[in-house]
Design a protein around this ligand. Structure first.
Ligand SMILES: *[C@@H]1O[C@H](CO)[C@@H](O)[C@H](O)[C@H]1NC(C)=O
Ligand SMILES: *[C@@H]1O[C@H](CO)[C@@H](O)[C@H](O)[C@H]1NC(C)=O
Ligand SMILES: *[C@@H]1O[C@H](CO)[C@@H](O)[C@H](O)[C@H]1NC(C)=O
Ligand SMILES: *[C@@H]1O[C@H](CO)[C@@H](O)[C@H](O)[C@H]1NC(C)=O
Ligand SMILES: CC(=O)N[C@H]1CO[C@H](CO)[C@@H](O)[C@@H]1O
Length: 238
């Protein structure tokens, strides 16, 4: 549809309200709400349905500012059937996972990231259910991810914020890094050493962390002299 046709259509639709006249004058129509924009674009039917089932759609339409991470239909089609059924069949889980894809913040979190020329940047935003979503830019490979899932289309404008298309579903974290390590049955030696050396405090206070965690079976392979030496010398162990 040409611009002239758009303007005419808008003018016809909007009768004579002041807001519409402003819109027509600037020629750029205001984006519609999330349902309108994603429906117009196509490819988000599944996600919109899940948001509705989770009871989040009205909240997203009325919130002041939103950032939504939206898996495409193609991405949802790739989720294993049993995994999808486990999400759809449990309302608590559905709300947890869908809530994790929505952020009630008035920023385009990706603007800052893409402006950076570093090869790797990270930013953390809080989801609407208060879980951290990590956004990483890997500039060398022209990829931005949200919680490790590739963002395939950035900053789709909706009336009250942005939608970023994802090529997968983000999995909400089961806890912070120490909770996850502690919950892993095969890492008990590592966890107890982190605690006895106080390294656990360093981990807790650091916002960005990657942990290489030797399994109990790896510790069991250590030469007994080495183990003895390390356990006697906490500084070395640290
Ligand atoms: C539903 O999901 C929640 C987590 O979101 C979980 O705690 C609960 O056990 C699940 N219920 C069933 C019946 O699987
Ligand atoms: C983006 O950068 C500006 C200026 O550096 C800063 O004020 C703002 O808080 C940043 N936004 C986020 C989401 O970090
Ligand atoms: C996310 O929420 C937590 C707890 O409410 C807060 O401590 C943290 O600063 C928030 N982070 C961001 C990026 O807003
Ligand atoms: C992520 O998506 C973008 C846009 O479709 C694409 O250019 C990029 O190669 C993708 N990255 C990966 C690692 O798949
Ligand atoms: C960045 C942005 O769009 N901020 C808006 C968030 O919502 C408030 C209230 O509607 C607006 O005043 C801000 O401009």
């Amino acid at each position: 549809m040409g611009i002239l046709a758009c303007v005419t259509a808008l003018a016809l639709m909007c009768s004579a309200s002041v807001m519409c006249q402003t819109t027509v004058a600037s020629v750029t129509p205001m984006p519609g709400d999330i349902t309108t924009e994603l429906t117009k674009r196509g490819g988000f039917t599944q996600f919109l349905g899940l948001l509705k089932d989770a009871g989040l759609l009205d909240m997203l339409k009325t919130a002041d500012n939103i950032t939504v991470f939206a898996p495409t239909d193609a991405a949802i089609a790739r989720v294993p059937t049993d995994q999808l059924a486990a999400i759809k069949g449990n309302h608590t889980e559905l709300q947890r996972v869908l809530g994790y894809h929505t952020v009630l913040e008035d920023v385009d979190p990706l603007n800052n990231i893409s402006a950076s020329f570093q090869w790797f940047t990270e930013e953390v935003v809080n989801s609407s259910n208060k879980l951290p979503v990590r956004i990483n830019a890997y500039n060398q490979i022209h990829t931005v991810t949200a919680q490790g899932v590739n963002i395939t289309e950035r900053a789709i404008r909706v009336s009250n914020g942005y939608v970023h298309a994802l090529d997968g579903i983000m999995v909400p974290p089961q806890g912070d890094v120490m909770e996850i390590v502690a919950a892993n049955g095969g890492l008990t030696s590592f966890v107890s050493l982190l605690k006895s050396t106080g390294v656990v405090d360093v981990i807790d206070s650091s916002p960005h962390k990657t942990i290489f965690a030797p399994r109990d079976s790896a510790f069991a392979k250590l030469n007994s002299e080495v183990s003895k030496y390390l356990l006697q010398d906490l500084e070395a162990l640290k």
